[in-house]
Design a protein around this ligand. Structure first.
Ligand code: UDP
Ligand code: MG
Length: 171
């Protein structure tokens, strides 16, 4: 099945200069990158991205982590990968959430670590399933930032300029 998935190179990945290595690893999948940007992560965006983690004891640190506050890198690199089996292919290469349990040749196994506070700094994020991919792609990107039509969009007029927005906002 042709699908799309969100990939984030997290602030530790950027600080450790891993962008090139991670993109090289991901190119093994032969998937296509259809959107990419370097972006600041506001507390609001971070809270929306990790809203299902609110009750976790490490939630506060997780937000600080993705906002770049632990790495003096207030940005992430966000990408959409597109193609056959994109979600499972990228998750497979990423490896398990816990970098100590991840396959040592996976991206997280090779480059991740657990902080003394117990947060898994695992260098990349990637969507778990189709529903999560749709929610996350719509949260991180606008329709015009993606070079293929992934989800229905509509055109709205803002200050007399027309722009496209998602027909159905992320949930
Ligand atoms: N996380 C953590 N400790 C845990 C579980 C998760 O620090 O026990 C962090 C980790 O950075 C992970 C993120 O929270 O990537 C989101 O967790 P999720 O369960 O969604 O894992 P993922 O989908 O990233 O593999
Ligand atoms: Mg997840």
């Amino acid at each position: 099945m042709i699908e799309q998935t969100l990939v984030l190179i997290k602030p530790d990945g950027l600080k450790k200069s891993l962008t090139g290595n991670i993109l090289t690893r991901l190119s093994e999948t032969k998937l296509e990158i259809v959107a990419t940007k370097i972006t600041r992560v506001s507390r609001e965006l971070a809270g929306e991205h990790y809203k299902h983690m609110k009750d976790k004891p490490f939630y506060g640190e997780l937000i600080e982590y993705i906002c770049g506050e632990l790495h003096q890198r207030r940005k992430v690199m966000a990408m959409v990968y597109w193609g056959e089996g994109a979600i499972s292919k990228v998750r497979q290469l990423a490896g398990a959430t816990n970098p100590e349990e991840a396959d040592p040749v996976s991206i997280r196994g090779a480059y991740g670590r657990i902080t003394t506070k117990g947060v898994y700094e695992n260098v990349i994020h990637t969507s778990r399933d189709k529903e999560e991919a749709e929610r996350e792609i719509k949260l991180w990107f606008s329709p015009e930032e993606i070079i293929v039509d992934l989800y229905p969009a509509r055109t709205v007029e803002v200050n007399k300029a027309k722009k496209k927005v998602w027909a159905q906002e992320h949930q």
